[in-house]
Design a protein around this ligand. Structure first.
Ligand SMILES: [Cu+2]
Length: 111
């Protein structure tokens, strides 16, 4: 019986992982899905916008403990760039690594 439960748990995890890999095609709000977050490796950061280009933003971000990143300035791809984001804005963002290893901001908002 224990073994059966484990199998179900693994299947459930696999299902979530699959859902995560297609997340960029989905529009629904992922926040609050704690279990899903575990599998998608979504990371949160805060920082100051340094520059904006179509589909990209340069952010001087604070340390990101979940990635063991120190603070630094770097470019990110942005899935849906809000029109009101500009250099000098303090922002909160959520990102995940895409299948080409690039960091994609899934959500960005002014603070
Ligand atoms: Cu960085």
């Amino acid at each position: 019986m224990k073994r059966l439960t484990l199998t179900f748990a693994l299947l459930a995890c696999f299902g979530f992982a699959q859902a995560a890999s297609h997340e960029h095609e989905m529009k629904h709000d992922m926040s609050g899905h704690d279990m899903l977050g575990m599998h998608t490796a979504m990371h949160q950061g805060m920082g100051i916008v340094k520059a904006v280009k179509p589909g990209k933003v340069q952010i001087a971000h604070e340390p990101i403990p979940s990635l063991e990143w120190p603070s630094m300035t770097m470019w990110f791809s942005v899935k849906d760039m809000p029109h009101d984001i500009k250099a000098g804005d303090k922002v909160h963002f959520e990102m995940m690594q895409g299948n080409k290893k690039q960091w994609m901001i899934e959500k960005i908002e002014k603070k």
